[in-house]
Design a protein around this ligand. Sequence first.
Ligand code: HSE
Length: 411
Amino acid sequence: MASISVLGYGVVGTGIADLINKNKEKFKSITGEDLNISSILVRDKSKHEQKQNYHLITDNIEKVFNSPVDIIVEVMGGIHPAYDYVKKALKLKKHVVTANKDLIAEHGKELLDLAEANGVTLNFEASVGGGIPILKPLIECLSGNEIIGIKAILNGTTNFILSKMYSENASYEDALKLAQELGFAEANPDSDVLGYDAARKLSILSTIAYNKKINWKDLNLNGITSIDKIDFEYAKLNECTIKLLAVSKSQNNKVYGFVQPVMVRLDSYLSKLDDELNGIVIEGDAVGNVFFSGKGAGMLPTASSVFGDITDIIQNKNKKNIKFNADNAFIEKCWCDKSSWLVRIKTEDRLNTICTLSNNFKNCHIYTSNVTQANEVAAVIYEEYESTLKHTLEKFLDIPYINEIKKFMVL
Ligand code: HSE
């Protein structure tokens, strides 16, 4: 008998309880064991009176730790108290499955070491890409590769918002509200829209892929809060859409990484992912590009990954944990490949701004479209180094008639 305790009974916890009830026979046929939820931890029992499984609900964590549980499933989210509970569970030699990207991005190494020291497993497939199987394929199936790069959409909420803005001309606020109602957004959606959530997931993927510690705070980070309808007009002119991309690349012992809104060409894999879909392109030196996609957020997709992790633990009880390297990667903030960039410059003097652009960039195409606003100049610039572009644009901000500059990488 495999006995599970679930910490947290929100959207994901409810999905896990549903999947466990639905798949008992299948689980037994795969593992030979019965699967049983012995308790569900909540903060406030009175809020769950109408729920199924009320008889399993407790608000007493000690009761959970003192019961004969094999696997603790942590789906509370956030660092506290999840961090303390997971640590205690591992010290008590309980296997842990978590969907908590914040926890793994901040404390993954310590927790994996603790699991190893106690002879138990810590699985966290659902922490990246929701329902997409990505960590196991990366760790196991792609082990014959040196991973060169990752290009991904890793946040369902922002992809939902940007998709609705692109295809339905929705306002940012309405699309965010809908994403919250559908249960994709974090309790505090700032973490979604400012790019922190995607950066944490990219740091987990990159730490595994490059076997170096990638701190999410060291990545170049920009959210989607300033994206407006005109940005989408320019994207369409360019045969692109706008996506919040999480990208990293390992080159010459350095890691380049960013999370930022990018103009993505309509003929690329990632441009076709709408709503809460996530997608990850991994480039390996042997395999080339492999593409994974699916629902990156929501009740059952996330529960699907958690269920897979539970099955994995029961099937392979003595499996070794992956290790996170303690050595920090050298992270470069500016991008390493030649790219083109769409820039929008707010200006009081269009003519002089156009001259300034032409004088400073050899390869620059100024837009003359009617999308262009009265007080701005827009252009696509081809530049070998992002650092050169950044430096030149920073100098532009010292020019009295230039007020503001917005730039998008075109990929
Ligand atoms: N808020 C997250 C997202 C949930 O929108 O992707 C899944 O991690």
